[in-house]
Write a protein that binds this ligand. Structure first.
Ligand code: DX5
Ligand code: ZN
Length: 227
C-alpha cells in the first residue's frame, strides 16, 4: 500500500468549456482521471484523444486514462501519444488481458484493468503481476454522479489480501460514488487511490474537498492498521 492516499479527480464532472481553469482549481490532485467513453461499451460518449492531449498540455500531473471502450487494444498507441501515464482497459472488452497489459507496458506507461460491478475478480487474480493498477468500479460505468455500491468492497478486500500476500506492486483504485460519505469504507477495505468526480467538482472549493477526502482516507487506513 502506498504511503499517502491518492486522490484522482475525474474531469468528467468538470466544466469542459473552461477545462484549463478547472484543472488549475485542483493543485492538490495527485492524478487527473480521464474517462473515455465510446457510446458502445458504455451508453455514453465523453471525449477522446484530442481532449486528452489538451489536458496533458495543461498539467504535469499523472494522467490516469480509463478506457470504457470496445477494442481498447487498437487505441493504446494513440493514448500513449496523447500523454497517458496509466492506461486502464476493461476486462470485459478484451479476450486476452495479459496481452493487452503487455502491449501497454511496452510503451513504458503503467497498465491497469477495470471490472464492471457484475464482473468477479477471481479469474484475474493470477494476472496481477502484469499490471500496475486495478480499477474497481463501484458504479456501473458510463455516468458520473451515481450512488456508491458498497458490495464492490469485497473485491477490494480480495485484491488487497492477494497483493499483500504476494508482495505485488499493484495500486488498487476505486471509481464511482466516492465522496466524504464513502471514502473511509473504501480506504478501510484496502484502496490506495480514489477517483472522485462530482464530489470534487460539485464542491464549492474543489481543492479543499481533495484535502478533506485524503485526510478521511488516511484516517480510516490508520484506524484499520491499529486494530
Ligand atoms: C464512471 C466514470 C467515473 C465517474 C465518477 O463511468 O468512470 O470516473 O466520472 O464520477 P463520480 O465520482 O461522480 O461517481
Ligand atoms: Zn473512471
Amino acid at each position: 500500500m502506498s504511503a499517502a492516499p491518492i486522490i484522482a479527480p475525474s474531469i468528467l464532472a468538470a466544466d469542459f468549456s473552461r477545462l484549463g481553469e478547472e484543472i488549475a482549481r485542483v493543485p492538490e490532485a495527485d492524478w487527473i482521471h480521464v474517462d473515455i467513453m465510446d457510446g458502445h461499451f458504455v451508453p455514453n460518449l465523453s471525449f477522446g484523444p484530442g481532449i486528452t492531449a489538451t489536458v496533458d498540455q495543461i498539467t504535469d500531473k499523472v494522467l490516469d486514462v480509463h478506457l470504457m471502450i470496445e477494442n481498447p487494444e487498437r487505441w493504446i498507441e494513440t493514448y500513449v501519444k496523447a500523454g497517458a501515464d496509466c492506461i486502464i482497459f476493461h476486462v470485459e472488452a478484451v479476450s486476452d488481458v495479459v496481452k493487452v497489459a503487455k502491449q501497454i507496458r511496452s510503451h513504458g506507461v503503467r497498465a491497469g484493468f477495470s471490472l464492471r460491478p457484475g464482473t468477479p475478480i477471481e479469474p484475474y487474480l493470477h494476472v496481477l503481476e502484469h499490471v500496475d493498477e486495478v480499477l474497481v468500479m463501484s458504479v456501473e460505468p458510463g455516468f458520473g454522479g451515481q450512488s456508491f455500491m458498497p458490495d464492490q468492497l469485497d473485491k477490494v478486500r480480495t485484491l488487497r489480501a492477494v497483493i499483500d500476500a504476494n508482495g505485488l506492486d499493484v495500486t488498487i483504485e476505486i471509481d464511482g460514488g466516492i465522496g466524504a460519505a464513502t471514502i473511509e469504507q473504501a480506504a478501510e477495505a484496502g484502496c490506495d487511490a480514489f477517483v472522485a468526480g462530482s464530489a470534487v467538482y460539485g464542491a464549492e472549493d474543489p481543492n479543499e474537498e481533495i484535502r478533506t477526502l485524503r485526510a478521511l482516507a488516511a484516517g480510516a487506513r490508520n484506524a484499520e492498521h491499529h486494530d
